[in-house]
Design a protein around this ligand. Structure first.
Ligand SMILES: Cc1ncc(COP(=O)(O)O)c(C=O)c1O
Length: 393
């Protein structure tokens, strides 16, 4: 008999009843150190007091009114995002997948309105993950995600990762946009090189194609910059955001330049819940906190500490780990065994980590994690590695 929850996830036998900072607790009082943060969502940790206060205050005032009306909290968050990024305008969603949907619609509508309706193709990259909607799986194109879900949305051209010659060969007069995660998350914490991102920007400038960055996982201060593309010194025309922006509340956004957004006029897109007062009040508080003076420097300082400890871990366990990669507090440990074995061994140490493709174990702690907790996490990873070494699968 089918489970009462549609069995699309393989879940660990763990249920948490409360959390605080980087720690989660089960009903029997067992405490787990959380290096997954809800897959890069709980950017300020569990039950962050400022977010609890904002949510509680807004919950007592107004949750939802619909986009039929002005929403001051939405305006505030949009203004904060515009003031702190390349963007001129923002549309709010409830998830990353919905942000991907709009990004695809926006770039196609742009060319339609420019009188070039044949420009529909979007170039995407191997290892990409943009969500689970029909557009997002077609964009990623991997067999694992699309098998059985055809016919797929047409118009995506899948290219090898970080290969500028392949992009030059694939771009045509029908190319509407290039869509890329500056650092692939699900794909195994794979940063695109700065040179690659710069070259994509140049190609887009030459051909008019729009550059779309998916910063759903790598954005919102996770890398020590508000958005990861800032490290490469290039800006996109359109950007997808979610996860960290809500600090645990379902919230996403598409940010765009005025030019890229020019096709999206009244009636062309909508979302019942997108931009609701509750979510936007929380998003605005997250933005205020992560853009406050010193916050991102502190993320980079923490990241340097964690990375250095992880390099030591890799050196100590050459049969288990081969490399540390990533940026800021979006780190991956390339493993020799399957990363799920590491995830399991870490559970035994009351430590939560997340597997990814390309044999990588993901570490995505709260941006507020303490040095003591990072040191403790590395001790637990060391114990997990030792357990695997003495008892290989
Ligand atoms: C880069 C990226 N894009 C899009 C998504 C989809 O976001 P959501 O699960 O909120 O729909 C994810 C989720 O992991 C992601 O990592």
């Amino acid at each position: 008999m089918i489970a009462s929850i549609l069995p699309t996830y393989s879940r660990a036998p763990l249920a948490f009843v409360k959390g605080e900072g980087s720690w989660l607790e089960t009903a029997d009082g067992s405490r787990y150190l959380d290096l997954g943060a809800g897959i890069a969502v709980n950017a300020l940790g569990h039950a962050a007091p400022e977010l609890v206060a904002t949510l509680t205050e807004q919950a007592g005032k107004l949750w939802h009114v619909s986009n039929l009306y002005q929403i001051p909290e939405q305006q505030k968050l949009a203004d904060l995002l515009v003031a702190n990024t390349f963007a001129d305008t923002v549309f709010f969603t409830n998830s990353g997948t919905e942000a991907c949907e709009l990004a695809v619609k926006m770039v196609r509508k742009y060319w339609y309105e420019k009188g070039a309706p044949e420009r529909v193709e979007i170039l995407t990259f191997a290892g990409a993950f943009h969500g689970r909607s029909s557009a997002a799986i077609a964009a990623a194109g991997s067999e694992k995600m699309v098998k059985g879900f055809g016919p797929l949305l047409e118009g995506f051209v899948h290219l090898p990762w970080d290969d500028i010659e392949a992009v030059k060969a694939a771009i045509t007069e029908n190319t509407a946009a290039i869509m890329i995660e500056p650092i692939q998350g699900e794909g195994g914490i794979r940063p695109a090189s700065d040179a690659f991102l710069k070259a994509l920007r140049e190609i887009c400038d030459e051909t008019g194609a729009l550059l779309v960055f998916d910063e759903v996982q790598c954005g919102v201060a996770r890398t020590g910059k508000l958005f990861a593309h800032e490290w490469a010194g290039v800006t996109p025309d359109v950007m997808m955001v979610a996860k960290g922006i809500g600090g645990g509340f379902p919230l996403g956004a598409v940010l765009a330049t005025e030019n890229a957004a020019s096709g999206m006029t009244a009636g062309t897109h909508g979302s019942t819940y997108g931009g609701n007062p509750l979510g936007c009040a929380i998003g605005a508080k997250v933005m205020e906190i992560v853009t406050a003076e010193g916050f991102m420097e502190e993320v980079s300082r923490k990241a340097a500490f964690l990375r250095q400890r992880l390099e030591g871990l890799v050196a100590a366990h050459p049969d288990i780990f081969t490399e540390v990669r990533g940026q800021g507090l979006m780190l991956g440990l390339k493993c020799k065994p399957a990363p799920v074995e590491l995830v399991q061994a870490a559970y035994a140490q009351n430590l939560l980590t997340v597997p990814a493709a390309d044999n990588v174990l993901r570490l995505l702690p709260a941006l507020t994690i303490s040095e003591d907790d990072m040191a403790e996490a590395v001790r637990r990873l060391d114990a997990a590695a030792l357990a695997l070494e003495s008892n290989p699968a």
